[in-house]
Design a protein around this ligand. Structure first.
Ligand SMILES: [Fe+2]
Ligand SMILES: [Fe+2]
Length: 255
């Protein structure tokens, strides 16, 4: 376990979902894009921060995230088996990348003050460490995947500790209230985003459920009833065999 208490709710849900066919490679492909998106955000922070002393940390952080993206990509393909083409397509699909990685034209750094950016990094990295702890446990039979998660956990410790250290420095400079507000704002925003994601999944599930019920209770019985009560058609009918010759020839004969 890395730094955080294990999230047993996530573990219970994931231990069901990750058993679905094709789920492991698609999840790992999604993580690869998320990590790549984080790397782009950190590179933007290198360029945009007014604090020169932070550049080296943000840059190291960006390199770590790029490394994680490549690692998840490799493991995703390793788990793909017969679905290798589909997984490869997922890794290269621009829509999939937009859904799982960066989907905003503006960088995260440019949308807030640096203290809020650091609060985001601190909270998001702690959550990522907690999630990877669960996923590492679910894939514990695979040694290569264990090695990958162990290396990622080591990097995440650095990301969590430097962002917390910087927040502590803000607090020490008398900006404790600012830090608290930033942390609260990020927590509220992440909760709202998680709620919206859950609503989309729930909406999909409910619409599929209602369509299924409609099919079983209305459409299927109506189709059976229609077959049973079917009458001979009064519209176009197939001609008898004696008339079964090409229309063109018949028309020529009549002319
Ligand atoms: Fe990462
Ligand atoms: Fe990270």
């Amino acid at each position: 376990m890395i730094l955080e208490r294990r999230d047993w709710v996530l573990w219970a849900i994931s231990s069901v979902i990750w058993r679905l066919p094709g789920k492991v490679p698609s999840k790992l492909a999604g993580f690869s894009h998320t990590e790549f998106g984080s790397a782009l955000d950190m590179l933007a922070a290198v360029l945009e921060t007014p604090r020169r002393e932070m550049r080296a940390r943000y840059f190291r952080h960006a390199l770590d995230e790029l490394k994680h993206a490549a690692m998840f990509r490799r493991r995703s393909l390793a788990y793909a088996g017969e679905r290798v083409k589909r997984t490869q397509a997922m890794l290269d699909d621009s829509n999939f990348i937009r859904e799982h990685g960066i989907n905003d034209a503006d960088s995260l750094f440019s949308k807030s003050e640096e203290v809020e950016f650091l609060a985001f990094v601190w909270i998001a990295e702690r959550r990522a460490a907690q999630q990877f702890d669960v996923y590492a446990d679910l894939l514990k039979n695979d040694e290569d995947t264990q090695d990958m998660f162990a290396e990622i956990a080591k990097d995440e410790r650095f990301h969590i500790s430097y962002s917390r250290y910087e927040l502590d420095r803000y607090e020490a400079k008398g900006k404790a209230e600012e830090v608290k507000d930033a942390v609260d704002r990020i927590r509220r925003r992440r909760f709202l985003e998680a709620w919206l994601r859950f609503s989309v999944v729930l909406g999909d599930f409910m619409s599929n459920l209602w369509l299924g019920i409609l099919y079983v209770l209305v459409i299927a019985p109506s189709s059976v009833l229609a077959k049973l009560t079917e009458k001979r058609s009064r519209g176009f009918v197939r001609p008898d065999d004696e008339w079964d010759e090409p229309l063109f020839e018949r028309a020529q004969m009549q002319a």
